[in-house]
Design a protein around this ligand. Structure first.
Ligand SMILES: [Zn+2]
Ligand SMILES: [Zn+2]
Length: 506
């Protein structure tokens, strides 16, 4: 029989109770209680030397994530080791090497196994390899149980706070069809670590490995994250259906891809599932062909609720000026013209981590700039939703520093009624190794700005001008312009950067 020391269970709400056996269920995973933190506190004495102690707590049904932080009195060389038993048995052991850990269905801190969070009695397992005669030591474990899927709000150490962050939102490794040459020159499944290493070497602030339907990479990424504190490893997978591909970001949980008439599982269900997990859904390479040429590559799901699509991958692999690249853009413009406010993003769709940086579809080519409050999963997702986002298709040579139309930033709104004589003032700044010029698009049509003047310093180009919309202001609401965006082009007409819309309100 395990020996139970007296355990004081401290609830975040201020309730206290003394326990000597399994902590009773104190909350359930309902809409109201989605997160619950409590403490297991107690004391060991020299009588506990060379024993194992089980601290039971109740795991209610529906919990998706467990976080544990452990601390104890280390004076007199006391040592307490740490482990975890789940409702079925052994779940992990970190001894004296980790004082905090998490477990979820598909990812966990190394030393702990990912897997189902089954309801029942769980135990924090303590081991006592060292405690001297006559010594006692207090310990405290803070345990947080989380019910709803929620993007991780913890920023990595390399976060710069509120800033522009750049990264790659689409890549594959050994966990799907990513491949590369090994030391013998044989093509093999390419380890996820190599994709992450490459992203870090190229200075990316984030990378999402978006394996086809698989979730096995999340356990590996949980191990790599601490080693790459400047590159956030964004949770993602490419939901790969017979009728289209979409990246689901912000959750490590399985997202069902099996759209089929026979079971009735529809795109509406898929969208609801991603929302319920707190994730973000982005339609990938929508202008690609479908059928035998590329099974499921184009997006052919007429039931899609575009009010619940957060993003569209408008640049895939980087060939933006080719017909297929233009088809992705046209798909996006069509949804914008229908009044949907959907953020355009880019993804390299890299399948070979060793591909040289300047080649299209290399990791970081294209790369997406996101203005975010911090370098965390939750903040990046919020940044994509907010729409202050730009896509660099120059292989890392172009950076948009700022863009405002009538004071609004990308993703923001300008009131047409508030414009003086229907003119929108435009201000833009960028850095590039090439000479570039802005190209303006209103509702999908290329339009010319007037009164432009620009000024280039050593590093940045600042451009100012305005756009006249007089014919459109005062017309019926349906005719009024809906959105405006900018691209940065070379003088020969090659696209180097794609901006997101600023929207017009009548
Ligand atoms: Zn795809
Ligand atoms: Zn892909």
């Amino acid at each position: 029989m395990p020996r139970f020391p007296s355990v004081i269970l401290t609830f975040a709400g201020g309730l206290f109770c003394l326990l000597s056996s399994s902590a009773a269920a104190q909350f359930a995973c309902t809409d109201v209680a989605t997160r619950h933190t409590f403490s297991l506190e107690g004391e060991i004495t020299d009588a506990d030397f060379a024993t194992y102690i089980e601290l039971p707590f109740d795991m209610p049904a529906g919990v998706r994530r467990l976080d544990v932080t452990f601390d104890y009195d280390r004076s007199d060389r006391t040592t307490i080791d740490l482990g975890l038993l789940d409702a079925n048995g052994f779940r992990g052991w970190s001894g004296g090497n980790k004082s905090e850990f998490f477990v979820t269905a598909n990812a966990a801190t190394p030393s702990y196994s990912s897997g189902p969070i089954d309801a029942g009695t769980w135990n924090l397992l303590l081991g006592v390899p060292n405690i001297r005669k006559g010594v006692s030591a207090a310990y405290s474990a803070e345990i947080t149980l989380q019910c709803l899927g929620t993007p991780d709000s913890k920023a990595v150490a390399g976060s710069r706070g509120r800033d522009w962050y750049v990264g790659d939102l689409h890549a594959h490794s050994a966990h799907s069809d990513g491949s590369c040459g090994n030391d013998l020159g044989t093509t093999v499944s390419c380890p996820a670590a190599l994709s992450v290493q490459t992203a870090a070497e190229r200075g990316l602030d984030f990378i999402a490995l978006t394996e086809h339907n698989a979730v096995s990479h999340h356990a590996v990424l949980a191990e790599l994250q601490a080693f790459y504190p400047k590159t956030l490893l964004l949770s993602g997978r490419e939901v790969t259906t017979f009728f289209g591909h979409a990246n689901a970001f912000g959750t490590t949980e399985f997202v069902d891809f099996r759209l089929q008439q026979r079971t009735g599982y529809s795109v509406t269900d898929l969208q609801s599932q991603v929302r319920a997990l707190g994730g973000l859904l982005s339609i990938n390479h929508p202008g690609s062909p479908s059928g035998e040429d590329c099974m499921g590559c184009g997006w052919v799901l007429p039931d899609t609720d575009y009010s619940r699509i957060d993003a569209i991958e408008v640049v895939n692999t980087g060939f933006v000026d080719m017909p297929r690249g233009q088809a992705h853009l046209a798909f996006w413009h069509d949804k914008l013209n229908q009044g949907h406010r959907i953020t355009g993003i880019g993804g390299s769709d890299n399948h070979t981590a060793t591909r040289p940086a300047q080649q299209p579809s290399a990791i970081g080519n294209p790369r997406t700039w996101i203005f975010a409050e911090a370098l965390s999963e939750a903040a990046l997702l919020e940044g994509i939703r907010a729409g202050n986002v730009a896509i660099d298709v120059s292989g890392g040579q172009t950076k948009l520093l700022s863009f405002e139309a009538a004071g609004a930033v990308m993703g923001g709104t300008v009131s047409l009624a508030g414009l003086e004589q229907g003119a929108v003032s435009l201000a833009l700044a960028w850095e590039s190794s090439e000479e570039l010029e802005p190209r303006w698009t209103v509702d999908g049509d290329i339009v010319a700005a007037t009164g432009a003047n620009s000024d280039s310093s050593d590093t940045a180009t600042r451009w100012q001008g305005s756009l006249a919309l007089p014919a459109l202001v005062g017309e019926s609401e349906a005719d009024a312009p809906k959105w405006l965006r900018v691209d940065l082009m070379t003088p020969r007409g090659a696209t180097r950067l794609i901006g997101n819309p600023i929207y017009f309100d009548p």
